[in-house]
Design a protein around this ligand. Structure first.
Ligand code: IMP
Length: 434
């Protein structure tokens, strides 16, 4: 299993960290390829909870190489905070590498994110306000500050000055903020540079070496397909590409290096921030799912919007990522809900049947989901460890999802614990053999 991409098949928060953690055990390298500390993974290991925003989940395994790829935007203060947190808990971070080409989130990016949202008013995107969008904007505008710039004081200062110049107007409300002082900012980032230096590397080369030697590399996506800058529900998206194709760009490998693409989806749907959500449950049941599923953001603490599983969106994700396998997480959250509903198509405001996600945003905004009802299951399933132990209704639900998505389900999550998973069919044997 040399090159495996793991992507979110919904709007993020699908539980990718858990799958990465499980697959990472058998991998040599884990690479993050996009996003930044807008993401958040919670991993429960031996009853202990770990939260990561930037560091790949594989770090919990001794000796594993964990890479923050060139496609990631790094807030160095957050990264160093996570590094120190790992050390405090006795975890050796020496396997970490960060790309010299990755872009840095600067204090003004965070300010611009906040200012941009305020300016949009009611039209706000609901960003995580971590500076992600402005940082990627600077990258595209060729005004970005990269990790390698931290190693050269003169260049760093010059680049910060050039980046600040065109932002004067937007940054006016923050002019008194000491974080904006050119000298102080340069000094602060140079200090970060000293801390990061031992980890900075040519990570594309590192990935190449591993793949070329037949080792297993996991490309860990953040956010989800429907938040993709190009293919998601624009403008209510993030500013990077969470789809599988971006793994090549964001890690620096070729398409032929990718052997498998795993999509992760919850057994229902959640979304944080604004934007269309055709299967949203704005009622008591939605609140029940939120409560039971602990649907509060790891990063911002915001309540997540909740709804039924959307197979139109899932099929879309299966196609865009050419998914070779699906992991369905949090199936346990649905126990006790009867009947279960699954959206199989949408109906446009003009009455047209939509089997696929419509390309026009106005159509999607007004689309209504049409559902099929499936019998629910009463039993708690957190202790199930094999497909056969699941109630018939739960198995039928999974079969229905797999058939409609056109992708085999290889893993099912039945609780937050690492051991609370079911490998479906031959999945585990297949992985062990690879
Ligand atoms: P940004 O990525 O902070 O610019 O936010 C853009 C949109 O993506 C907002 O709707 C966020 O709530 C959403 N978003 C960003 N990161 C995540 C994530 O890790 N999970 C879920 N939603 C996210």
């Amino acid at each position: 299993m040399p090159g495996i991409v793991i992507v979110g098949a919904q709007w993020g928060d699908e539980g990718k960290g858990k799958l990465t953690d499980l697959l990472a055990e058998r991998a040599d390298v884990v690479v993050r390829f996009q996003g930044g500390n807008n993401a958040g993974h919670t991993i429960v290991r031996d009853g202990e909870e770990f939260k990561f925003h930037l560091i790949p989940s594989g770090i919990l395994y001794p000796g594993k190489t964990c890479v923050v790829g060139n496609g990631v935007v790094i807030d160095p203060a957050i990264f160093i905070g996570e590094l120190d947190g790992l050390r405090r808990r006795g975890i050796d971070p020496s396997g970490l590498r960060i790309s010299a080409n990755a872009h840095l989130i600067m204090p003004y990016h965070v300010m611009l994110d906040t200012a941009g949202e305020a300016k949009l008013g009611k039209l706000e995107i609901g960003t995580t306000k971590r500076g992600i969008g402005p940082c990627y904007a600077d990258k595209a505008a060729r005004l970005g500050i990269r990790v390698q710039d931290l190693l050269d004081a003169k260049i760093l200062r010059k680049k910060i000055m050039a980046a600040l110049e065109p932002k004067q107007q937007m940054l006016r409300p923050f002019l008194r903020d000491p974080k904006l002082d050119l000298h102080a900012m340069t000094e602060e980032y140079l200090r970060y540079g000293h801390r990061l230096e031992p980890f900075i590397a040519d990570t594309a080369r590192l990935c190449w070496d591993a793949l070329d030697a037949g080792r297993t590399v996991i490309f860990e996506g953040a956010q989800g397909t429907l938040l993709d800058l190009d293919h998601g529900t624009y403008p209510f998206v993030t500013s990077s590409n969470p789809i599988a194709g971006a793994a090549c760009v964001g890690a620096g490998v070729g398409p032929a290096d990718i052997d498998e693409v795993w999509g992760v989806a919850k057994a229902y749907t959640t979304r944080v921030g604004a934007g269309p959500f055709p299967t949203e449950l704005d009622d008591q049941l939605g609140a029940h799912i939120r409560e039971r599923g602990g649907e509060r953001g790891t990063t911002t603490g915001r309540d997540r919007r909740t709804g039924w599983l959307d197979l139109v969106a899932l099929r879309y994700a299966a196609r865009l990522n050419r998914l070779s396998a699906l992991a369905i997480t949090k199936l346990d959250v649905l126990s006790g809900i009867d009947p279960l509903r699954v959206a199989v198509r949408y109906r446009s405001s003009e009455g047209a049947r939509l089997d696929e996600l419509p390309y026009h945003q106005s159509v999607l905004h007004a689309a209504e989901a049409e559902y099929e009802e499936l019998p629910g299951f009463e039993d708690e399933i957190g202790a199930c460890r094999s497909e056969a132990e699941l109630p018939t209704e739960a198995r039928d639900y999974l079969d229905f999802v797999s058939e409609h998505a056109g992708v085999a389900i290889r893993l099912v999550g039945v609780g937050p614990g690492r051991e609370q998973v079911i490998w479906m069919g031959e999945a585990e044997r297949h992985l062990r053999a690879a």
